[in-house]
Design a protein around this ligand. Structure first.
Ligand SMILES: [Fe+2]
Length: 233
């Protein structure tokens, strides 16, 4: 309701003041939005050392705090459920600002084979390349996934004709492990997903970070395989 009121008031003012004023308001609104974006980026600047103790141990609390900051910047709801269920990982690589993820599962139902998770990525943070195998003895089919971006931009990659010039710079130490280079750029509200079971895929957030809702079949970490053999998940 508050937003509607703001839009109505702005339109009414523009009508009163004429077309020139309307252009002025649009310009002002653009400038405000640019300045807000710049401020957001400033507050989401992290060093890798922010997330590790002196003996190199991954500091999960620091990682969670960074994602809560992202949620605040994105104006995303932080309910008690989100606070209690946020999980984080650096994939045991020790480079959380480059490779890492936060998530909150809303549902993950093995019996009826469906799941949904909100994914959080810090600026330029990457979910490394992976694919999902079947676990036949457990009756688990290869996971299928779809994504809608709620905040920021996510550059998603899958199999197929490689995109000639990627929208992100792949972090140096992951570059050798990337095989899927067909790019789909997702801004807020954009949707894509896996095209077939077992498809290799990865994502990387743009400079503002990203919040993504994934809807999928059942998820289990036991069925995830990574192209980087050093990863533990
Ligand atoms: Fe996946």
């Amino acid at each position: 309701m508050k937003d509607d009121y703001r839009i109505e008031r702005r339109t009414a003012c523009a009508a009163l003041l004429g077309v020139g004023a309307s252009a002025l308001l649009a310009e002002q609104s653009q400038a405000e939005s640019k300045s807000a974006t710049a401020q957001s980026r400033m507050s989401l600047k992290f060093k890798n050392s922010d997330f590790y103790s002196s003996d190199g141990k991954f500091d999960e609390a620091a990682a969670k705090a960074a994602y809560f900051k992202l949620m605040k910047v994105a104006d995303a709801p932080v309910s008690e459920y989100v606070r209690e269920n946020l999980w984080v990982t650096d994939f045991a690589l020790g480079r959380f600002t480059e490779v890492g993820i936060g998530g909150v599962f809303w549902v993950n139902d093995k019996k009826w084979n469906y799941a949904s998770v909100d994914i959080f990525l810090l600026p330029n943070q990457m979910i490394p390349e992976h694919w999902h195998i079947a676990l036949e003895s457990e009756g688990v089919a290869p996971k299928m996934e779809s994504w809608i971006v709620r905040y920021g931009t996510s550059y998603t990659y899958g199999e197929g004709k490689p995109t000639p010039k990627l929208g992100v710079k792949i972090h140096d130490r992951e570059a050798n492990f990337i095989t899927a280079k067909k790019e789909t750029v997702l801004d807020v509200g954009d949707v894509t997903g896996l095209l077939k079971p077992l498809e290799k895929h990865w994502q990387q957030a743009g400079p503002e970070g990203a919040i993504i809702t994934e809807v999928s079949t059942y998820h289990t970490g036991d069925a995830v395989r990574f192209t980087n053999p050093d990863i533990k998940f």
